[in-house]
Design a protein around this ligand. Structure first.
Ligand SMILES: [Zn+2]
Length: 219
């Protein structure tokens, strides 16, 4: 059954600087307004607005970004990493070293990177914490964000793709490890329950459609 997906990037403000979580599909895709089709017609992608343009509308320059992280290395999450060639990138060591097609590296080797082996409290104050949630890919990670008024939000990456999959603990067949995926879902569920938080599922379009978009924000 065809399904529409959202594909979000998240810009987070900390007193120590801006943090970018996931970078979406490449901005170059916006030059083709009708989008492109691949996988024998199974996949149709389009990008009506660019990430660069949306940051510009907010008055945020690439150089203002203090650090960034991607949930994993699938193309709909890493498309614009090189818009920010000087920005420190946080990625799990095992994801960074996961060979791409034809053994190609997954990132520009010149991009500054911090290789993680587990969790990382990005600013040291508990407000933005990368959490290791493998299974969708070998080094998949999610982001725990603690906002003053909104409270705890976990940004899913692709630990789960849709609310129905979350509710039923379904694991897509293309994930690299089923058991790790289930353990990661449980880990997220435990955090959300303990902190009375929310899970924001990146690709769940109904949830995305109901959320604030820039210039609105959550505080
Ligand atoms: Zn993915």
């Amino acid at each position: 059954m065809p399904i529409e997906l959202s594909d979000n990037c998240y810009l987070i403000h900390d007193p120590q600087g801006w943090f970018l979580w996931d970078t979406g599909l490449p901005d170059a895709l916006a030059a083709t307004p009708e989008g492109t089709t691949s996988a024998n017609g199974a996949l149709h992608v389009k990008r009506p607005k660019t990430l660069a343009g949306q940051l510009d509308e907010l008055g945020v320059k690439p150089a203002d970004i203090k650090a960034m992280a991607i949930s994993h290395t699938h193309p709909d999450h890493i498309g614009n990493v090189e818009l920010f060639p000087q920005v420190m990138l946080y990625v799990q060591k095992v994801e960074y070293g996961w060979p791409g097609a034809d053994g190609a590296p997954r990132f520009n080797p010149n991009h500054p990177v911090t290789l993680l082996e587990g969790d990382r409290d990005v600013f040291g104050d508990g407000s933005v914490v990368i959490i290791s949630t493998p299974g969708h890919t070998p080094g998949h990670q999610s982001l725990l964000v603690r906002l003053p008024k909104t409270g705890t939000v976990v940004l899913s990456g692709d630990a789960v793709h849709f609310k129905a999959n979350w509710d039923n603990r379904r694991v897509p067949p293309f994930n690299t490890d089923k058991d790790k995926t289930l353990a990661s879902m449980q880990r997220i569920a435990d955090i959300v329950a303990k902190e009375n938080g929310q899970l924001w599922i990146n690709h769940d379009k109904p949830q995305t459609d109901a959320q604030k978009k820039p210039p609105e924000f959550y505080d």
